[in-house]
Design a protein around this ligand. Structure first.
Ligand SMILES: C[S@@+](CC[C@H](N)C(=O)[O-])C[C@H]1O[C@@H](n2cnc3c(N)ncnc32)[C@H](O)[C@@H]1O
Length: 222
């Protein structure tokens, strides 16, 4: 089976645990990856959509028959056992991820891949004292953010720029992050050539200046 680069990047951050949960699992590939490699003793797959969950149930039928997989149709963490020590939530908006965590519980380890509003996820994790072990952008046709967080008791405050762009992106900028900056800068410059005025022009100009500042700062590291 050939996985997308996005899924392969998620896999590269999955680590050994006792009970793994994939919330919003859809296809179920992540649980399959964990079980195939003996990275977890048990996996819980969940999705709010019964139709999506069905795909994972079909894929993981042999593991379920062996008692190694539980599948639950539910909203967020509603029916996820609290002893799941690694929880993956990928492919949803940042606000939705925060709502799921607020309405549920804070697992010991989280792997998150928000599609947008990543800043809100960072703010929430920090407000709960979770340390972001990894926080970076990668590309697979479009740009994605990945956050790996743990309850370590060692969370340190983020600066304004870190909240906006992600700590690893600023300290160890990858080619993908630099490409994202370039793309965003070009997009904003092009937009400013169109007849946009008033507050919108001001906001885009400010945002462009900020991106150019980050672009200059991160280039020091390469
Ligand atoms: C874009 S897919 C991502 C699938 C997979 N996690 C991945 O990253 O490839 C999003 C999945 O999340 C499910 N979903 C959305 N909101 C959810 C929620 N509140 N609770 C559980 N599942 C949810 C959707 O039904 C869908 O199957």
């Amino acid at each position: 089976m050939k996985y997308t680069k996005r899924l392969s990047t998620l896999f590269s951050e999955l680590e050994k645990c006792e009970k793994f949960a994939d919330v919003g699992c859809d296809h179920g590939y992540c649980a399959e990856f964990m079980l195939e490699r003996d990275l977890c003793a048990h996996a819980v797959v969940s999705d709010v959509s019964a139709e999506s969950l069905k795909k994972a149930q079909v894929l993981l039928a042999n593991y379920a028959a062996a008692g190694k997989v539980t599948s639950v149709c539910c909203d967020g963490l509603e029916k996820i056992p609290r002893d799941c020590d690694l929880v993956l939530i990928a492919g949803m908006g940042g606000e939705e991820i925060v709502t799921i965590l607020k309405n549920g519980f804070l697992p010991r380890k989280l792997l998150l891949q928000p599609m947008k509003n990543t800043r809100k996820v960072r703010e929430y994790l920090l407000s709960q004292g979770m340390e972001m072990i990894a926080d970076y952008t990668f590309a697979d046709g479009k740009f994605y953010d990945l956050i790996k967080a743990e309850q370590t008791g060692r969370a340190s405050a983020y600066s304004e720029k870190e909240l906006e762009f992600g700590r690893d992106n600023l300290l160890r900028p990858s080619a993908d992050f630099l490409e994202k900056l370039r793309t965003e800068i070009e997009k904003k410059k092009k937009y400013l050539l169109s007849p946009v005025d008033g507050q919108a022009r001001e906001e885009i100009t400010l945002s462009l200046e900020r991106l150019e500042e980050i672009n200059r700062e991160t280039r020091k590291y390469i």
